[in-house]
Design a protein around this ligand. Structure first.
Ligand code: C2E
Ligand code: CA
Ligand code: CA
Ligand code: CA
Length: 277
C-alpha cells in the first residue's frame, strides 16, 4: 500500500516490509506462481557495440500476479533470496532459458543467453549437478549460456562461491560479474575468478555524459576488465550518445533501453526479425 508522498515519491511501507502479511502471502504464492505460469521470462538484447550485431540476451523474470498485477523482480527476488524459495526460482529460470536457448540454436541463431544467479545459489553444492541435468534435458551446450553473478553475492562468502564458480567454469559455462562497481569485491578475488565478462552497473553508465567521475570510472573499469582478459558489457545504455562514448572507450557490448527494453519471447523474436538489428 502506498504511504504518504515524500518529495513527490510515494513511500511504500507495507507490501515488502519483512513482517507484512501481504509479503508473507506473496512468498507463499511464489511457489505456485512458478507452476501456474504467472511468472514469465523476458529477454533483453545484448549488442556488440562495434558491429551492431546481436550477441545474445539476458533473461529477466516477470511476475504477473492475478491480484496485485505486475510485481517487479526487484521486489520479490530479494524476498525469495532470504529463503530457500530462490532455489526454485533459479531452477525454474534456468529450465526456461535453457529450453529457449536450445530452440534458438536449432533455428540457427547463435545467441549467448544470460541468466542471473543469487548468492544462495553460489553456496549450494548441489547446483552444478542439477544444472548439468537441466542442460542435458534441454539439449543446450554450456558454452551457449552465461551465468551472471553479482559482485555482492560473491563477496558474502568468497571462498565457497569461488568453488562453485570454478566448477561451473570447468563444466563450460561462461560467467559474468554483474553490477560491477556497486559491491566491494577485492581485485584479488576478481583475479582468481574464471570469468568471461564484467558488466558495468547502470548507475555508472546512465550518468556517464553528465558526470566526469562516472566517465572516469567507466573508462577505467573497461581497461581493468580488458587487462584481466574479460569482455565488458555496459548495462543501462539509454541513448546514442552514451553508445558512442562507450564505443570510444572500446567497450564490447551494450544492453539498455536505447537498444530495447526486456521483451516477452514473442516480442523478442519479432525484434530480431525487424530492422531494429
Ligand atoms: P539486473 O540483473 O542488474 O538486470 C538489469 C536491470 O536493468 C533489469 O531490471 C532491466 O530491465 C534494467 N534495465 C535494462 N536496461 C535499462 C536501461 O536502459 N535503463 C534502466 N533504467 N534500466 C534498464 P529488472 O528486469 O527489473 O530486474 C531487476 C533485477 O532483478 C535484476 O537486475 C536482477 O538482479 C533481478 N532479477 C531479474 N530476473 C532474475 C532472475 O531470474 N533471477 C535472479 N536471481 N534475479 C533476477
Ligand atoms: Ca543481471
Ligand atoms: Ca546488472
Ligand atoms: Ca542490478
Amino acid at each position: 500500500m502506498a504511504g504518504k508522498s515524500h518529495e513527490g515519491y510515494a513511500v511504500y511501507t507495507s507490501i515488502f516490509d519483512d513482517h507484512s502479511p501481504r509479503r508473507l502471502t506473496l512468498m507463499s504464492e511464489l511457489r505456485q506462481a512458478l507452476e501456474k505460469e504467472e511468472l514469465q521470462v523476458y529477454y533483453q538484447p545484448k549488442v556488440a557495440i562495434k558491429t551492431g550485431r546481436l550477441y545474445g540476451a539476458e533473461a529477466l523474470v516477470r511476475w504477473n500476479h492475478p491480484k496485485h498485477g505486475f510485481v517487479p523482480p526487484d521486489e520479490f527476488i530479494p524476498m525469495a533470496e532470504r529463503t530457500r524459495m530462490i532455489k526454485h526460482l533459479t531452477l525454474w529460470a534456468l529450465k526456461q532459458t535453457f529450453g529457449q536457448c536450445a530452440e534458438w540454436h536449432r533455428q540457427g541463431l547463435d545467441l549467448i543467453v544470460s541468466v542471473n544467479l543469487s548468492a544462495r545459489d553460489l553456496h549450494d553444492p548441489e547446483l552444478p549437478d542439477i544444472i548439468t541435468g537441466l542442460a542435458a534435458a534441454a539439449g543446450v551446450k554450456p558454452a551457449w549460456m552465461m551465468l551472471e553473478i553479482t559482485e555482492s553475492s560473491i563477496m558474502t562468502d568468497p571462498e565457497r562461491s569461488l568453488e562453485i564458480i570454478q566448477r561451473l567454469h570447468d563444466m563450460g559455462y561462461r560467467l559474468s560479474i554483474d553490477d560491477f562497481g556497486t559491491g566491494y569485491s577485492s581485485l584479488a578475488y576478481l583475479k582468481k575468478m574464471p570469468l568471461t565478462e564484467l558488466k558495468i552497473d547502470k548507475s555508472f553508465v546512465s550518468d556517464v555524459l553528465k558526470s566526469e567521475n562516472d566517465a572516469v570510472i567507466v573508462k577505467a573499469t573497461i581497461n581493468l576488465a580488458h587487462n584481466l582478459g574479460l569482455q565488458v558489457t555496459a548495462e543501462g545504455v539509454e541513448n546514442r550518445q552514451v553508445m558512442a562514448l562507450l564505443d570510444s572507450y572500446a567497450c564490447d557490448l551494450a544492453q539498455g533501453y536505447y537498444l530495447s527494453k526486456p521483451l516477452a519471447l514473442g516480442e523478442f523474436n519479432e525484434w530480431m526479425r525487424s530492422d531494429a538489428m
